[in-house]
Structure formats: C-alpha cells, structure tokens
Ligand binder design. Structure first.
Ligand code: IPM
Ligand code: MG
Length: 361
C-alpha cells in the first residue's frame, strides 16, 4: 500500500531553491521505488516572502506548515534584506516559524564521514570517528527573552537590551529530549552553560542535575561554554550528546559542524511536543554563491533523510537515501566546499544527478 505524506517546502533564499530542487527530485525518485507518495506544497519564507508580501513569515505559510506531516526548509537571508528593520528581516521569519510551531528542540548531528576526513581543517587523528549530537534549545533563552529592544536612557544614550531567561519547565522539556537522545546513543550527556557567571545557567545546571536521577543509564557531565568550545576543537571524540541553550547551541553547533569538514554536509531536525517538525540544513543561504550552481545539496538531502526517519517513520527509505549520499562520495563526486585532491568537482545539479543514479543502481 502506498503511504502518502504532505510535505511543505520552504526553499527560502540564496542557494535555498537550488538545493531544494535537487532534494525534491531525489525524494520523488525514492518515493517511486519505495511506494511512498509525497504531496509537496511550497510556501514563502524569509527574503522571498518579504519581497512578495512585505513580511518574512506570512500567516499563509504558517498555516500550510501546520497542515502538513513535515516541513522541509532550505535557508533564509541575504545581503539585500540585511538593512531592513528587524521585524522585516528574514531571520525574524525563521524565529517566528520556530516559535509558531513550538519547535523547542533542535537536533544537530555532527558526524564525520570517512570519505571527508581530509576536508576537515583538523588533524585526522582528532576528527576520525567524531559522532556528536548537539541538542539545542530553540524557542527560549536570549533569542526570545524580554525585555528586548534598543531603548533610550535618561541621559539620552541608546541602550541595547536582550534578556537571557529560562523557566524550569523550559529547561526540563529540553532536558528530557536530551536525556532520551543520549539513551539512544552512547549514554553520555554533557550539559553546557555559563553557571559560573549567569543565574539563568545556574538554574539550568540545577535542573539538569536533578533530572539525571531519572536516567541512571545516562552519565551527565557539565562544562562551561568557553571550555566546551575549546574541548570541541581540542578533542571532540570526548563528546556524545551535548545539551545547551539557544545562543550557546547556535555557536557550538557551527563549531561542531566544522569538525566534519564542511557545514554543507549537516542536517538538522527541529521538533515540538506535537505537530510537524522542521527539517533543514545547519548551513545558511550562502548568498555569495547563490544562483551559480555551486551549492552542496547534501545537507538538504540528509535533512530529508532525517525527516523520513523521525517524522514519517520510514527508516528504510531514510537508510536508502543516506546510502546514496555515501555512494556518490565514494564515487568521488565533490562540490567546491568539500573538494579534495583527485576528486571530481561537480555543481549542485550534477550532484543531484549522481544521487539519482546512485538511487537507481
Ligand atoms: C541557525 C541560524 C539562525 C539562528 C539565524 C539565521 C536566525 O544561525 O539556525 O543556527 O541563529 O538560530
Ligand atoms: Mg546558527
């Protein structure tokens, strides 16, 4: 029997439409082979939405997302919109999507593939075998805390204010996701905070410590964020699962991504308590190479694999897609960001064609 899924596509800006087009072709081919049928509906977000409607997340887009089994997002943002007032920036649309869908848990795996070890800027012995999952809190912390704004003081100075705040229930729900994630992995959870300075982090640490009693099979450790940044670069293999707040997670997940050679390879899943999740690459919209057929579509394709696995419960299809990615790398195909000696440089579309052949073969 054919399983049918409604997927909302948000191609967004920059390289977004190019990598999304490849991914949709690949999903269609995979669907044909596996008796899965996808009903794709496209919607606007980010700069593309601003140009068309004046706002970065039109209500129509949110409605469509809510009315689907999963959302596949590419990337948002670009130079063109960087100087607009904040409420009209592409990033504001992304944050509104996360909070509108209640996506408080962001899973960002950083796994190094043997084929790409030489693309890492770190030594082989440091990165070989790295397999980290960053669990980033996504709808709280300093991104959303109030008061926020640029205010005028009594002496006429401007004062920029953002507030880093977490309630215990916000910490507990991301903690639960993190402990459960660690349980399914190697049972080690490292909570990252700045409890030596920030009260918000003290509460974070207290709650994580209290929760550990419910998960005797997980060993919990704590690191301050500055040390965590250092340890990630020094000896990343010490990490299994990392849980941290929104801002620290933003920064550390980029660092973890880069261990693997290219941020162009890494997918992510953003999940809520219920309702559709958003699956998107960790990388951004790369406006400098947009429209030039140079983008690496693999993080987007791997995000689709995460979607198949987590949202649609189709692990066999997810495996098949991930195997196709490994196969094209084994065949030597590389986009510019992961290019190495003796490999075959291809563009975005050609990488897509190679994936289609790999799936067919
Ligand atoms: C990310 C991005 C976003 C964030 C930006 C584009 C708002 O850097 O998804 O990591 O800061 O969360
Ligand atoms: Mg980021």
């Amino acid at each position: 029997m054919t399983s049918s899924y409604r997927i909302t596509l948000l191609p967004g800006d920059g390289i977004g439409p190019e990598i999304m087009a490849v991914t949709v072709d690949v999903l269609k081919a995979l669907g044909g082979q596996m008796d899965l049928s996808f009903e794709f509906q496209e919607a606007l977000i980010g700069g593309a939405a601003i140009d068309e409607t004046g706002e970065p997340l039109p209500q129509e887009t949110l409605n469509r997302c809510q009315d689907s089994d999963a959302v596949l997002l590419a990337a948002i943002g670009g130079y063109k919109w960087d100087t607009l007032p904040r409420h009209q920036r592409p990033e504001t649309g992304l944050l509104a999507l996360r909070s509108g869908l209640g996506l408080f848990a962001n899973l960002r795996p950083a796994t190094i593939l043997p084929q790409l070890i030489d693309a890492s800027s770190l030594k082989r012995e440091v990165v070989e075998g790295v397999d980290i999952m960053v669990v980033r809190e996504l709808t709280g912390g300093i991104y959303f805390g109030t008061p926020k704004g640029i205010f005028e003081t009594e002496t006429g100075q401007k004062r920029g204010v953002s507030t880093m705040a977490y309630t215990d229930s916000e910490i507990d729900r991301i903690g639960k996701v993190a402990f459960e994630t660690a349980q399914k992995r190697r049972g080690q959870l490292c909570s990252v905070d700045k409890a030596n300075v920030l009260e918000v982090s003290q509460l974070w640490r207290d709650r994580m410590t209290a929760m550990a009693a419910d998960y005797p099979d997980v060993s919990l450790s704590h690191l301050y964020v500055d040390n965590a940044a250092m340890q990630l670069i020094r000896w990343p293999k010490q990490f299994d699962t990392i849980v941290t707040g929104n801002l620290f997670g933003d920064i550390l997940s980029d660092a973890a991504a880069m261990l693997t050679g290219s941020i162009g390879m890494l997918p992510s899943a953003s999940l809520g308590a219920d309702g559709p999740g958003v699956y998107e690459p960790v990388h951004g919209s790369a406006p400098d190479i947009a429209g030039q057929d140079k983008a690496n579509p693999l993080a987007q394709v791997l995000s689709a694999a995460m979607m198949l696995r987590y949202a649609l419960d189709q692990p066999t299809a997810a495996d098949r897609l991930e195997k196709a990615v490994i196969k094209v790398l084994d065949q030597g195909y590389r986009t510019g960001d992961i290019m190495a000696e003796n490999m075959t440089l291809v563009g975005c579309k050609a990488m897509g064609d190679a994936l289609l052949s790999a799936l067919a073969g």
